[in-house]
Design a protein around this ligand. Structure first.
Ligand code: NAD
Length: 378
């Protein structure tokens, strides 16, 4: 049986006016999970379900509080009528995954009564969402074949191509703003990590004539890039930070802009897909002081949440005045370029680093939802 316990997190160091946080246990299914709803001013909260072998419940709570808060900011600037939420399952994805566990997680998601919509995240996969979907309709990121059974011409599916396209749009905005160039042609771009997002980003850059400097721990993907792209140089894992490039695009790990790397960077722009690129808040200010323009990660990598959001709306209610299809989704993702420009303008006007400017603009939107259209969609 699923047991739910509302958590009082008001005194937690990561508390930030979270609306509701619930701890769940289902002994028979081996489930221990927390769902955190940060803010629903703009709509139901959406955020992935992370599975991770946390050492303590406290660590899991800190993670879910921070991640759910981040989703509120991301969806606000993504122009989505969605709030911020997240869930964590306290278990090891390499050995603890069972159908029963995810079905119990489905019951937990459903218990939130639609205030939280779940999706895939680190440690969970499409097939796990299918098991969650047995007990709730508040789940997105389902396999394309399942969507095809429910709607004609489903939109959504694998979000990575949309994330990559959005990162490219944000990168172009930063190049325009800092280097006064309308194209990436002739620019040198260092891409760290050629996974689902990084590789597609390289393809956009290559098509438009950029020179690529790429690193990855996976040699096979580097060889593939060498064979496919016109102007590509493979660089060492640690050398990526020292390159005299125009743009550094972190697309692998978080926190690569840190005390050890920040003085090595010679780029004018940082624009990549990785989450939490800045190790600490102070690095936002340090980049600003060094004259490196940082395209805030959660803004430019929001193509993925747009994709899963559209999928959910298609299965439930369409909040937009237009049809939910691939073309309109792509147009929505391309808005990342304008939103990123607005953040840079705002940062300059208020003498702020770009990350801080993005947070303030997001707060203006989700704390006063009627402003949403004027900032995100104008
Ligand atoms: P992925 O796992 O497909 O790719 C990551 C790549 O980085 C892999 O090729 C891996 O070999 C490489 N890598 C790992 N360690 C490395 C290192 N030290 N140096 C260089 N390369 C290294 O992941 P992804 O889906 O492409 O996501 C990339 C980043 O973007 C992640 O931080 C992810 O959280 C973030 N992100 C992804 C999406 C999405 O839609 N996939 C959405 C938002 C944010």
């Amino acid at each position: 049986m699923l047991v739910a316990k509302e958590l009082d997190v008001k005194n937690h160091e990561s508390y930030h006016n979270h609306e509701r946080v619930v701890y769940f246990e289902h002994e028979a299914a081996g489930l221990k999970a927390i769902i955190s709803v940060h803010n629903t001013n703009l709509g139901p909260s959406l955020g992935g379900c992370r599975m991770y072998p946390y050492e303590t419940q406290e660590q899991a709570l800190t993670d879910v509080l921070r991640l759910s808060r981040g989703m509120t900011y991301k969806s606000a600037l993504a122009g989505l009528p969605l709030g911020g939420g997240k869930s964590v399952i306290l278990a090891d994805p390499r050995k603890d995954k069972t159908q029963a566990l995810f079905e119990a997680m489905g019951e937990a998601v459903d218990y939130m009564g639609g205030s939280y919509i779940t999706a895939e995240d680190v440690g969970t996969a499409e097939e796990n969402m299918l098991h969650i979907a047995k007990h709730t309709k508040y789940v997105t990121g389902l396999p394309k074949e399942t969507l095809q059974q429910r709607v004609q011409n489903p939109v959504g599916g694998n979000p990575s191509p949309y994330t990559a396209y959005g990162v490219f749009c944000g990168l172009k905005a930063a190049v325009k703003y800092r280097l006064k160039k309308d194209s990436v042609a002739g620019l040198k771009v260092g891409v760290q990590g050629l996974g689902s997002v990084g590789y597609d980003l390289c393809r956009f850059l290559d098509e438009q004539g950029a020179t690529l400097f790429v690193s990855d721990i996976n040699d096979a993907v580097l060889e593939k890039a060498k064979a496919e792209f016109k102007n590509v140089h493979i660089v060492g894992l640690d050398d990526i930070y020292d390159l005299p490039v125009d743009v550094y695009a972190p697309c692998a790990l978080g926190a690569t802009v840190n005390d050890m790397t920040i003085n090595r960077l010679k780029c004018s722009v940082i624009a990549g897909a990785a989450n939490n690129q800045l190790h600490q808040k102070k690095h936002d200010q340090i980049l600003h002081d060094k004259g490196i323009l940082y395209a805030p990660d959660y803004v430019i990598n929001s193509g993925g949440v747009m994709c899963v959001g559209y999928e959910f709306f298609q299965l439930t209610d369409n909040p937009f005045a237009y049809e939910l299809n691939e073309e309109n989704l792509k147009a929505h993702v391309s808005e990342i370029e304008n939103v990123t420009m607005k953040i840079f303008d705002y940062a300059d006007k208020h003498g702020l680093p770009a990350g801080e400017a993005a947070d303030r603009l997001a707060e203006e939107i989700f704390l006063a939802p009627d402003k949403m259209k004027s900032v995100a969609n104008s």
